[in-house]
Design a protein around this ligand. Sequence first.
Ligand SMILES: Cc1cc2nc3c(=O)[nH]c(=O)nc-3n(C[C@H](O)[C@H](O)[C@H](O)COP(=O)(O)O)c2cc1C
Length: 435
Amino acid sequence: MSADPFRLGWFANLTAPEWKSPYPGNDPKTWFDGSFHIDMVRNLERAGFDFIMLEDSLMVSDIYQGTSEIELKHARYAPKMDPVATAAMLAKATQHIGIIATASTTFYHPYQLARQFATINNLSGGRVGWNVVTSSEDLAAKNYGMDKLPEHDLRYDMAEEFMLAAKALWGSWEEGAILADAESGYYTDFTKVNPVNYEGTYYKTRGPLNLPAGPNGGPVICQAGGSPRGRDFAAQYADVILTIPNEAAGAKAYRADIRRRAESFGRNPDDIKVFSVVYPIVGETMADAQAKNEAWYARKQQNFEVQMAHFGALTEIDFSQFDPDQPIPDDLSTNGHQSQFEIWRKQLGGKTIREGFSGMRVQTTEMVGTPDAIASQMDEFMQEVGGDGFLIYGQPISRQYISEMTDGVAPALQRRGLMRNDYSHKTLLENLHSF
Ligand SMILES: Cc1cc2nc3c(=O)[nH]c(=O)nc-3n(C[C@H](O)[C@H](O)[C@H](O)COP(=O)(O)O)c2cc1C
């Protein structure tokens, strides 16, 4: 017995591709012209991925040791290009795949966001998605003239209003408003374009938007809430939900919880697809894959340094202040990525900070092997979870890794009937609802 067909999505940073490996063509400097990411998204489309998700953050962190040295040395968070602007380019370089761009409700205004996503939704023929985040870093807030981020739950209150305002703006052009009728002389039927007069506690916008929202009435909504507040928000508004699962059992529980919450909001849970983050390590033979996996863990000192800085940037905790050979203090907390922090704390158990960071990976489920073996592992995982998909996270990204996934794992899944071969519909939402 095998799982029902499921989906693959791709997690992407708009940062430098792998630049140390001798593998040719990773374009350590020239990726700034977009060509690396265009090649990447075209490969993903050829392989049948549902979407690429462009993550974002809005700062150069100097949390770790009070300097941005480690962050910039390893090119982890910066330089990083803007996902909304890049999404427009990637949309025009492809025809079928979904392009999901991250944008923060804390730093956009609903009108600007609604306008940009309506534009790309039109440009892409309905293939754009918005990954709704509230941001996690005070440093980002400082870049936007604030002293610090609003507190965690308040950010979600604001995001909720933001979403209502944006949706109202996308709804401000009725179906059929564009006439382009030379005979009557009307390009647009003005009776079908209406102000929204949205007024909440945090946002106010008159509307209407100055363009129609495009296919399906606006972008696909993507979210990654882990806290109870975040899960409610996602269950209420999202079409795509991203999660870093705690093994298959955690993914199963998370998906069941989201589906239950969605039903309580009057939604059909089958309209929501939950994607679990995994980072498969692929080799030509099992031994080759195991060796790659071990080589990764063997780079302990570099991992330690990078992960301390990277996770410190996300949580805004300077881990360099603690003795690395002691466990993390019990009373440590964050206003940033709370659920990720808690998963990590649990994984750490009684380990020291050094041990915890040296072996730290974003995902908890190891998938290691030949393309066929990875396909089996995914099948098994999905049988337990019950459905939807995986978000492939391979950072920093290389042409070699892209090819291992698009020319190795995806075809292996397709041979087993576990993944789409092509796109049955034109828009991202329709393709998401197709099975
Ligand atoms: C796969 C994944 C991708 C995410 N991408 C981003 C991102 O690009 N930018 C961002 O600020 N937060 C991102 N987040 C963080 C979430 O938006 C959210 O803030 C985080 O999961 C904490 O949510 P919680 O406070 O509800 O637990 C991501 C989370 C996950 C699991």
